[in-house]
Design a protein around this ligand. Structure first.
Ligand code: FAD
Length: 473
């Protein structure tokens, strides 16, 4: 059978389903081809299940620390199967929501594995995708425009391939039926530190091994140092400039042992489980790219500023084009692709203005350039900094670790970047992102009235600190 539509979307993850809704809003007939579940990695193996587990871990940790709030507890019990059940319920609720949005917007979902077969037989300017349905039958989707949104999967380290029992990727870690007593986490990027923070709160002994000189290698050095200090305070062992030697890995009845090397020194690490979190690989194989003129480089699909591939009627968005590999970047790119193919005006997309959030305890969030990047770009940098320890609400919350750092250009007064570590900063970063989008100056944001007592006061104070005008510190 052949289905014809205006816009076909290969992959119904965050990028794909958001693009589909935008296309339907613009009056297009839309087909989404999805081989697994609508919602993709973010909903089923990423953002949502991991944040649900993190929330349970946070509640557990706060109950254990409740004495300092004047609340004495006894008999507190962590029932991990119930933690997992709650995670599944959260995911399912949102999964239902995405399915409802498809129905509401009259988007047809074809369940199966799609493969681009090239320009369609009807017109060389339209695309065709052959879909192997769940029952083995084939269907063809012919469209005027095609958006590829096939996402990514965990990167595998040779010699440390996930076995689902002892060696895990984030996919298997999310499905754990019981908590291990100890774990080695290879890779101290976003996923690695989120797992370290969560498992430490659940009472697991955690060792993080990171090859770079700091955790979160893409983020500001001071922020990373503060995160490392606070994780260490909670018992997490952090080994930087250190790599594991997969050749020495031994899986036994009790767990795993592996050599970790830092320069000439080496030490043996043992744990019940090992989590590999060393980045993600774009899903660009076996989707028929060879039947097109689409170019790909270093494992990702090449696109222009409008998300178009070398085939002008085929777009690509989200994790399969590399870059930030964040859910909100994928959905923004999906909206951009649809706006472009519909002839709508596009606003410039500056990837450095996409907020980056890390859901550790405390959280980390940033937007724009770090101090180091700004200096490398030739800016005469001035810094405004303000600690949470001087913010009333942070003290009330008992969460006064961390600070906000504003990076500005001394002569133009432009905000170049904002980095934060502290309570709820993943919610606070929105103001900084808006400030940068609107080209606001630190003075303008500092002059905006921030309610008291709120955590948002720290944004105003850190902005005023750029000119040495902060009040509360
Ligand atoms: P995906 O969500 O991966 O969707 C791709 C879809 O395409 C999948 O459903 C797949 O089944 C389908 N597909 C692939 N090939 C085919 C084919 N041939 N035929 C049919 N269907 C196909 N990002 C954040 O912004 N915030 C977070 O807190 C966050 N946490 C994360 C935590 C973890 C543990 C992980 C792994 C990721 C996290 N991410 C987070 C990243 C986020 O999940 C991704 O950036 C986002 O899902 C990318 O969206 P996408 O649409 O490009 O791809």
């Amino acid at each position: 059978m052949t289905i014809s539509c205006d816009v076909a979307i290969l992959g119904g993850g965050t990028g794909g389903y958001v693009a589909a809704i935008r296309a339907a809003q613009l009056g297009k007939s839309v087909v989404v081809i999805e081989m697994d579940k609508l919602g993709g990695t973010c909903l089923h193996r990423g953002c949502i299940p991991s944040k649900s587990l993190l929330r349970s871990a946070e509640v557990y940790a706060e109950i254990n620390e409740s004495e300092s709030y004047g609340i004495e507890t006894s008999g507190v019990q962590l029932v991990f199967p119930k933690v997992q059940k709650r995670k599944e319920a959260v995911v399912e609720q949102l999964h239902q929501g995405v399915q409802y949005l498809m129905r509401k917007n009259k988007i047809q979902v074809v369940k199966g594995k799609g493969r681009v077969t090239g320009p369609s037989i009807f017109s060389p300017r339209s695309g065709a995708v052959a879909v192997e349905l769940e029952d083995g039958e084939m269907e063809t989707v012919v469209s005027s425009h095609l958006i590829i949104a096939t996402g990514s999967r965990p990167r595998v380290l040779p010699g440390l391939e996930p076995d689902g029992k002892v060696i895990l990727s984030s996919d298997e870690a999310l499905m754990l039926e019981e908590l291990p007593s100890s774990i080695i986490i290879v890779g101290g990027g976003v996923i690695g530190v989120e797992w370290a923070s969560m498992l430490a709160d659940f009472g697991v002994q955690v060792t993080v091994v990171e090859a770079a000189g700091q955790l979160l290698p893409q983020e500001d050095e001071e922020i990373a140092k503060e995160l490392q200090r606070l994780l260490k305070k909670r018992g997490v062992k952090v080994l930087t400039e250190t790599t594991v030697d997969a050749a020495t890995c031994q899986v036994t009845e009790d767990g795993i042992s592996i050599e970790a090397r830092k320069g000439e020194q080496s030490q043996s690490l043992t744990a019940e489980k090992l989590l590999v979190s060393v980045g993600r690989v774009a899903n660009i194989e076996n989707i028929g790219l060879e039947n097109t003129d689409i170019r790909f480089d270093k494992g990702i699909i090449a696109v222009n500023a409008s998300m178009q591939t070398a085939e002008p009627h085929i777009y690509a968005i989200g994790d399969c084009i590399g870059g930030l590999q964040l859910a909100h970047a994928a959905s923004h790119e999906g909206i951009m692709a649809v706006n472009h193919l519909s002839g709508e005006k596009l606003h410039p997309y500056h990837t450095h203005l996409v907020p980056r959030c890390v859901y550790t305890r405390p959280e980390v969030a940033s937007v724009g350039y770090t101090e180091k990047e700004a200096k490398e770009l030739g800016h005469d940098v001035v810094i405004g900094k303000f600690p949470f320890s001087a913010i009333g609400k942070a003290i009330v919350y008992g969460q006064k670790d961390g600070f906000v750092k504003v990076v500005a250009d001394r002569s133009s007064g432009d905000i170049l970047g904002v980095q934060m570590i502290g309570p709820h900063v993943t919610d606070l970063i929105g103001e900084a992102a808006l400030a940068q989008l609107l080209d606001a100056t630190p003075w303008e944001i500092g002059e905006a009235i921030h309610a008291h007592p709120t955590l948002s006061e720290i944004i105003g104070e850190a902005m005023l600190a750029v000119d040495g005008r902060s009040i509360g510190f």
